[in-house]
Ligand binder design. Structure first.
Ligand code: URA
Length: 247
């Protein structure tokens, strides 16, 4: 299929320049398709065949959008809601079309949320058979002992048909008795899973933040509520995680 894209729309979709910024780029002769200077944003090009460049730098066109959001506490993981603030409220409105979050974080959970319009990747990353790891930093009540770690590794009864799949639990810090800080790694995504797992061992989650999904690591430079686009490398690695290797 031959795809024709408007130059100004492409630059704004890729967050290279807003429509008004791109007018200045065109006027200054800084945008080219192949070797031709483009003076008008309505010109169309075929991203599979033509090379779009700004200041001599190739613009890599992507069919899909991939955002990493550092989800703050206090918003829900949904595309819209009549009452509550959603994770979409943190992304530019003009980019919302067809975007959805990959998996769900509770309202009070913070951290890594991938938001994309690549429905196939979204599906693959969540498919139970793929066992894509999700890693969380958690602050929990009480003392995480070796016994607790063993029970996480063996699988816990949390009221589902089957016990949870083996989960990693690594102690990162403790005040001795009342609070422990841990990294938890799970390969499933059951409702409130981590909170229910700690409940099953008589403990309570006080704070929860997702720090990794497969190979995708939360960018610590992102303040809660901030987002950035994924790099080409991050997208390719995620596709490998989900069993797909092509861009
Ligand atoms: N487990 C939970 O309990 N909550 C989340 O938000 C994610 C995993």
């Amino acid at each position: 299929m031959i795809m024709q894209m408007r130059v100004d729309k492409t630059l704004s979709q890729l967050q290279i320049a807003t429509r008004s910024e791109s007018k200045k780029l065109f006027a200054a002769g800084r945008v080219k398709i192949n070797d031709e200077i483009i003076k008008n944003g309505s010109v169309k090009f075929n991203p599979e065949r033509d090379l779009l460049s700004v200041d001599g730098e190739a613009v890599v066109y992507r069919e899909f959008q991939y955002f990493m959001l550092n989800k703050p506490a206090g918003c829900i993981t949904a595309t819209e809601d009549k009452k509550e603030r959603t994770v979409m409220d943190f992304l530019p409105r003009e980019r919302h079309r067809n975007l959805s979050p990959v998996g769900r974080l509770d309202k009070d959970t913070e951290g890594l949320l991938l938001i994309t319009d690549d429905g196939a990747l979204n599906h693959e990353l969540l498919a139970p058979g793929k066992h894509v790891e999700k890693e969380y930093f958690a602050r929990v009540s009480g003392k995480v002992t070796e016994e607790v770690t063993k029970r996480f590794a063996e699988g816990l009864e949390i009221g589902e048909k089957r016990p949870t799949a083996p989960a990693g639990l690594e102690l990162r810090g403790t005040d001795g008795e009342t609070v422990s800080e841990v990294l938890v790694t799970i390969t499933e995504g059951k409702f409130h899973q981590i909170k229910r797992m700690f409940h099953a061992v008589g403990m309570e989650v006080l704070y929860l933040k997702r720090v990794r999904m497969g190979s995708l690591i939360l960018d610590e430079d992102l303040e809660p509520g901030a987002y950035r686009l994924l790099t080409e490398e991050e997208i390719n690695k995620l596709k490998t995680d989900s069993g797909k290797t092509e861009l």
